[in-house]
Design a protein around this ligand. Structure first.
Ligand code: NI
Length: 226
């Protein structure tokens, strides 16, 4: 399941992000790539634990807690502190799969990457190329979102970032371990949750609302690790 979550960051937050990232200490993105992905990766990143990354990452994590769509779609258990990358001058990241288990820098904690997230920080008209292409059983999805929007996609999918041939593409990326490991189960819960919200809004006193709500929670109880 791919989920587009609009307006994660406000315009003011985006301006603050871009100003801070302009002055930040970028390093070669291959520093955090495994053997296979280092062969296709050509971008820049902020070091894990970089003070700018930590400050902006905390801002994104705080924003996520206020987004019901994120909570409903991801059912988050643990989130890796957000990282930041930059592509320009033809930089690209070829087809790869993210590591299944992501260490959390500076701790002994690890996060299983059930979901990958990208928050677009540059306006799409400010660069050419740079689409995130995610492949799933329905084919390839080309994703280029407004600044401040986020895409959630299954952590196990093959994906790439197309070459940026004009301008600069800034983004934040991170991984989420969900309470519900299986993408298909998470999808069922998300659809059921959406239907319950619609029903409760259209017919608030309908006698079926408590029953379908109990089905949601009993499925979550059956599938969740918490
Ligand atoms: Ni990736």
């Amino acid at each position: 399941m791919l989920t587009h979550i609009p307006n994660v960051l406000t315009n003011e937050q985006l301006s603050a992000c871009r100003r801070a990232l302009d002055r930040a200490a970028w390093i070669d993105g291959r520093a955090t790539a495994g053997y296979q992905s280092s062969r296709v990766k050509d971008n820049q990143q902020l070091r894990e634990g970089d003070p700018t990354a930590r400050e902006l990452g905390d801002m994104i994590l705080a924003a996520l807690t206020r987004l019901p769509l994120f909570i409903a779609a991801a059912l988050p258990l643990k989130v890796v502190p957000p990282l930041f990358n930059r592509y320009r001058d033809g930089q690209t990241y070829g087809n790869h799969v993210d590591g299944a288990v992501q260490p959390v820098a500076g701790t002994s904690d690890r996060v299983r990457s059930d979901l990958s997230a990208t928050v677009f920080l540059s306006a799409p008209e400010d660069y050419d190329g740079g689409e995130l292409v995610v492949e799933d059983s329905y084919g390839a999805h080309r994703i280029k979102l407004p600044a401040g929007d986020m895409i959630l996609y299954p952590g196990g999918s093959l994906h790439r970032v197309e070459p940026v041939t004009r301008g600069v593409r800034l983004a934040s990326f991170f991984w989420i371990q969900s309470m519900v490991r299986e993408d298909g189960q998470r999808r069922l819960l998300f659809d059921l949750d959406t239907a319950i919200q619609q029903l409760a809004q259209a017919v608030p006193d309908h006698g079926a609302v408590p029953l379908v709500t109990s089905v949601y929670h009993n499925l979550l109880r059956r599938w969740a690790e918490a």
